[in-house]
Design a protein around this ligand. Structure first.
Ligand code: ZN
Length: 339
């Protein structure tokens, strides 16, 4: 075989593999989910037949998210946008209008009876995913949407949904049983923001939080005082922080009332893929186990990031830099004097 023939074959192979790679990616429906929770449920139903990304990244706060320029590109290429609705994504409507996308937008909470805010009129609580039975409704809405845009794979989506539904039903019962193992008077869940109303209503645990159903506000002294009272009266051994919210206020409350931080709960985002909260079902189960162990006084966590410690650290860094400059300066002066 001469050099030219080899070159031709090599070029053909490169073009063929590029073509195959392109067609396999291009043929998958492009789907945008607003949160990592919706992204995971979509992956469970869509499997390798869909290409789904979440706009709000892992650990991001979907109430306060600010879209980046890349999001506009992602949205403009999408065929389907899956949103939570129920006032979660206040930033989304204007953003979608401006992006000029032709994608179909589906509300994954359609069919769920929302919990209305007791403080604000027409302000439903968006955290419906905290109830595993609602998770089945999310999954069904997603299954229907996928079947609509990709009719060829309808049977595949249906089979995945059927299996996932069974998994969620089993999980739902397990969560109920776990919460029931906490003595009645200690069944009080104290967290940063009101993300657990659906959870509390379903699994039978009372909720108390500093912030409302959105994180878009400051903690009020009256709310903090109310929590002190609840902690004293219920004698709970632990209160809880959330993975997407700054823990400092909860940490201070724990210190003042001499209770522990039970765990860091997953509220508005999944955890990293390899963590126990890396999937929707994993998040619900891990939260439940942590709530039970925390309220039974079996486990607690230390929260990092004490202000005084940070101050100490920056002092040390300052002295190191100062020391290096001093020695360096002396060295340069010494060299000059001897030159
Ligand atoms: Zn929230």
């Amino acid at each position: 075989m001469n050099f030219n023939t080899m070159k031709k074959i090599l070029t053909a192979v490169i073009f063929l593999s590029l073509f195959l790679a392109n067609t396999s990616i291009a043929s998958l429906p492009k789907i945008v989910a607003t949160t990592t929770i919706i992204e995971d449920i979509t992956n469970k139903i869509g499997g390798d037949k869909v290409d789904v990304v979440s706009l709000v990244p892992i650990g991001g706060d979907p109430h306060l998210y600010e879209p980046i320029p890349q999001d506009a590109i992602t949205i403009s290429k999408a065929q389907l946008i899956l949103v939570n609705g129920l006032t979660l994504e206040g930033w989304l409507t204007e953003f979608i209008d401006n992006s000029g996308t032709k994608a179909i937008m589906i509300n994954t909470t359609t069919g769920i009876t929302p919990i209305q805010s007791s403080t604000y009129a027409n302000s439903p609580d968006p955290h419906a995913w905290m109830d595993a039975e609602n998770g089945i409704i999310y999954a069904e809405n997603i299954k229907n949407a996928l079947s609509e845009i990709d009719q060829e794979n309808q049977a595949f989506y249906q089979a995945n949904f059927d299996a996932y539904k069974k998994e969620l039903e089993t999980l739902d019962q397990k969560m109920k049983d776990l919460i029931q193992s906490i003595p009645d008077e200690k069944r009080v869940l104290i967290t940063s923001h009101d993300a657990f109303q659906y959870y509390g209503r379903k699994y039978g645990i009372r909720l108390e939080s500093i912030l409302g159903t959105s994180t878009d506000s400051e903690a009020q002294t009256s709310d903090i005082n109310r929590l002190y009272k609840v902690i004293r009266e219920s004698k709970v051994p632990a209160i809880f922080i959330e993975s997407t919210i700054n823990p400092q206020t909860m940490k201070q409350i724990a210190k003042d009332t001499k209770v522990k931080i039970g765990a860091k709960l997953y509220a508005d985002s999944l955890g990293e893929p390899d963590s126990p909260g890396g999937s929707y079902t994993g998040m619900l189960l891990t939260n439940t186990e942590n709530i039970v162990n925390g309220l039974l006084g079996k486990s607690s966590i230390e929260v990092e990031g004490n202000d005084a410690e940070n101050g100490g650290k920056s002092n040390i860094i300052f002295f190191i830099i100062f020391g290096v400059l001093l020695v360096g300066g002396a060295f340069v002066m010494f060299r000059k004097m001897n030159a």
